[in-house]
Design a binder for this molecule. Structure first.
Ligand SMILES: [Zn+2]
Length: 174
């Protein structure tokens, strides 16, 4: 077995849903979440904080904040540490940051740890950033999910058409 065969074996990519990978002592998906949340934490301490420092300005609202930032979408102004109360998915109220630092072009998803990690890190650490308020960020996320779904369906349709044309060429009938 060569070096890469051993890596593939320890990665055990096709363990199945909810199965513990004995090499790491947890499921592969839990392991991925752990790694990406550590990366996010690192991003927050370094790149994110540098970015917020670079766009902040003296607070211009009615609250008691020294520094503030603006949402690039709706231009609303927020205190640097301002929180808002929102209604969560479960219908309950919760408090969250009034604005988020958004990756303009998104972050490559971490589907396969060793294959996707370098693009994931590149996007997260070096991708263009912007300030969006909670609601504008929500709107952007919803739009992105919808676009992904449309793309998936378009790809599926394209694949079906390809198969159909191939079957036609072979003279097969459905
Ligand atoms: Zn906004």
């Amino acid at each position: 077995m060569d070096k890469n065969d051993i890596i593939e074996e320890n990665k055990a990519v096709h363990l199945g849903h909810g199965k513990t990978n004995p090499w790491i002592g947890m499921t592969n998906s839990r392991f991925k979440i752990l790694i990406s949340s550590n990366l996010r934490k690192t991003h927050g301490m370094s790149v994110r904080s540098q970015f917020v420092n670079s766009v902040q300005r003296p607070y211009a609202g009615s609250g008691r904040f020294k520094l503030g930032v603006d949402c690039v979408d709706c231009n609303k102004h927020f205190g640097k540490s301002e929180k808002v109360t929102v209604i969560g998915k479960n219908g309950r109220k919760r408090t969250t940051a009034a604005y988020q630092v958004d990756h303009v072009y998104g972050i490559h998803p971490l589907k396969d740890l060793t294959e996707d990690l370098s693009q994931h890190v590149a996007d997260m650490m070096y991708g263009e950033l912007q300030v969006l308020c909670y609601h504008c960020h929500q709107d952007k996320s919803i739009k992105e999910v919808k676009e992904k779904k449309v793309n998936r369906e378009a790809n599926k349709a394209k694949e079906m058409l390809k198969q159909f044309n191939k079957n036609n060429e072979l003279g097969l009938d459905f």
